[in-house]
Design a protein around this ligand. Sequence first.
Ligand SMILES: [Zn+2]
Length: 134
Amino acid sequence: MQVPRYWREQRERYNLTGTRCGACGHVTFPKRTICPSCRHESLGRLEDETFEGTGRVVTWTRVHDGLPGREVEAPYVLALVELDEGPRVTAQLVDLDAGEVEEGLRVEARFRKLGEASESGVIHYGYKFGPVTR
Ligand SMILES: [Zn+2]
């Protein structure tokens, strides 16, 4: 029986798990099967790494169009976040006003409902980022 992709990826979605290369130390997100930095040197030497979920805003944009089928209310802020471990992820920023966003703003991952698939009724959860509160 084939396990649906959604369920296989569940752990990564909730934990921000990527890969650390045992050969060169390069860290990637999402997980890779080969290191993009040292390639064949990495074979058999990649290990899962779960990130803290904290980082900083590298750049951002304000999006004025909502996404069809998603419960994202426009306008919203989409940011490129550099995790403290190095990898960069694109995610929606939440719990702040667009005017509060600035380069270098400390943010942390928050797991939120992203939307609901109409036919299957499967609810998709994923990460968004908000200002660090701790
Ligand atoms: Zn490597």
